[in-house]
Design a protein around this ligand. Sequence first.
Ligand SMILES: NC(=O)c1ccc[n+]([C@@H]2O[C@H](COP(=O)([O-])OP(=O)(O)OC[C@H]3O[C@@H](n4cnc5c(N)ncnc54)[C@H](O)[C@@H]3O)[C@@H](O)[C@H]2O)c1
Length: 341
Amino acid sequence: MHVLITGGAGFIGSNLVRYHLNQGHKVHVVDDLSTGRKENIQPFLHDPNFHFDKGDVLTWSGLERAVSGADVIYHLAAVVGVFKVLKQPIEVLAINIAGCERLLRAARNSHWRPRVIVASSSEVYGNRPIVDGRHLPLHEELELLITPGINTRWNYSISKLANEAFAISYAKEHDMHVTAVRFFNVCGPGQTGRYGMVVPRFVSQAVNNEPITVFGDGSQTRSFMDVRDTVKALFALASTEDSAGEIVNVGSDSEITILDLAELVRKLADSESPIHHLDYEDVYGEGFDEIAYRRPALQKLQRLTGFKSRYALVDTINHLIALSKAEKEVDGDVSLVRSRA
Ligand SMILES: NC(=O)c1ccc[n+]([C@@H]2O[C@H](COP(=O)([O-])OP(=O)(O)OC[C@H]3O[C@@H](n4cnc5c(N)ncnc54)[C@H](O)[C@@H]3O)[C@@H](O)[C@H]2O)c1
């Protein structure tokens, strides 16, 4: 099987690479390394089944050829992370929307019709009101909420909604196997905290005994899925006939407040870090709209694939803490050698 992953040097992408290479598949990655990292794909560079091209999905001349050889395509390349989205609101729209359309057009023109998974996001659900203190699970048929007024914070959701619309339109108009997946906070090895992702940030702060910085009062909730589960769910979706033309939540339905997450990470890391609260405005600037809660309904994913997550959040955090401590030891040894030299 030939797999093409756009954005494959990123967090989810590089975990998908590992998963498919382990299955004996051939994997081709195109990535412009804007948020992705060469270190993420370094372990695969000598694998004869792995091929990497540095390129921008908007302009890369090899795209049509790469698409024509693929059985399964994961389109993950996108401008991501709240900090980047706030800083580059035009790029978010331009790259995320045009990149997806170019990829789908290439897939339509390919004689060998690949199955295509397009990355969307739980951000398309917007900021749902809490009803009678209850956090209603977000299911795919819900009406979507767009906050009135032009706030560029929502450009990412708009771009992902446009990706879904393209996915469904290509599936219908050209009878293609395209599936849009709404990811809910994926975490695990290979994720960086640089662009605002909370789990790697908390783990690094706790392991280094630095203050753990919670934005706002920490009552906002998220549901975290281990990326090792995510990649299996994605391939399960790509492998079933019934996912064609569908929009599917991919996540975990176990919800946690961000303050509880900070306390959990501190406890598991056996850390002395204090927990500091930062105002949203100081972090993101004026008028930032935080999402109050996020919990996916997973019936559709289960119905289509029978998929069930294997890793609990505690397992993921323990794994990340172990990796972070091991990295710290290596860094410590390197600086010791340097200081002796
Ligand atoms: N991680 C999550 O929790 C989450 C949640 C919702 C949606 N998503 C979506 O999943 C996908 C993967 O996210 P991730 O968390 O792995 O982020 P990531 O930043 O690690 O991966 C995105 C990759 O795309 C690459 N890229 C960006 N623009 C590109 C371009 N023009 N051409 C080629 N490559 C380009 C980046 O270099 C990076 O490697 C994204 O589409 C993101 O919107 C992720």
